[in-house]
Design a binder for this molecule. Structure first.
Ligand code: G3P
Ligand code: MG
Length: 232
């Protein structure tokens, strides 16, 4: 496989608990090109890195992330004794050593994420080009783009990519990330026709990656970035 970006999905989450510092450290060690992390706002207002709205699957506890203060989220085990990190902690850990894709998972994250990235660029070792931001929520992406237009945007689609024309006009994205389980060659062509790159989530099998690449995929999100990196 030619060298195309391999993005560690929720960190190297096939190896370490997803969206934890351990998973991001592992991705760094494997030389992934970027890490992807899911970001939400908790009750006390901090940006936390966590995928589900509910805590149950990952921590075994009842309740929703948005109803818990950071202090109580801190007490929970996110797997192998890891805690739920804040986005700030993740940025401080990685400190410009790997690119970061922030997925805006909940409403009300855009402005706070923009501020945090700006701060990381101003005070840490981060550069604007180290980041890209994505979301399934158009409005959240729009708010983000209005707040920090220099940071590249990637559109996220679960199914067929829709409303591309409008989204491209407003958000000026560089890529659309499509669901590997549903992707069709026609969707890839459609995205390419509009001048965007096609990224695919989530691909753990190098043969599948090779096949998708032959159809035009130009970046992969993987829980096992090491497997795809080895093959390229
Ligand atoms: O950004 C790609 C992927 O993370 C989107 O789906 O549910 O894993 O956040 P999900
Ligand atoms: Mg995600």
């Amino acid at each position: 496989m030619h060298k195309i970006p391999v993005i560690a999905h929720r960190g190297a989450s096939g190896h370490e608990p997803e969206n934890t510092l351990a998973a991001f450290r592992a991705a760094l060690k494997m030389n992934a090109d970027a890490i992807e992390c899911d970001v939400q706002v908790c009750k006390s207002g901090e940006l936390v890195v966590f995928h589900d709205r509910r805590l149950k699957r990952i921590t075994g506890e009842r309740g929703k992330v948005k109803r818990k203060k950071l202090a109580s989220l801190r007490q929970l085990d996110a797997g192998k004794g890891e805690h739920i990190p804040t986005l700030k902690e993740v940025l401080d850990l990685l400190d410009g050593r790997i690119s970061v894709n922030v997925e805006l998972k909940s409403k009300g994250t855009a402005v706070a994420v923009a501020q945090l990235l700006r701060n990381g660029i101003r005070t840490g070792n981060w550069k604007t080009k180290d980041f890209f931001v994505s979301s399934f929520y158009y409005r959240e992406l729009r708010r983000f783009h209005e707040t920090f237009p220099e940071i590249p945007i990637s559109l996220l689609y679960n199914k067929k990519p829709r409303r591309l024309k409008k989204r491209i006009k407003v958000l000026e994205p560089f890529a659309a990330a499509l669901n590997a389980g549903k992707i069709r060659p026609a969707w890839i062509r459609r995205v390419h026709e509009k001048g965007l790159k096609v990224y695919v989530w989530t691909v753990d099998d190098p043969q599948e990656a090779e096949h998708l690449r032959s159809k035009g995929a130009e970046g992969f999100f993987s829980n096992y970035p090491d497997r795809l990196i080895k093959k390229r």
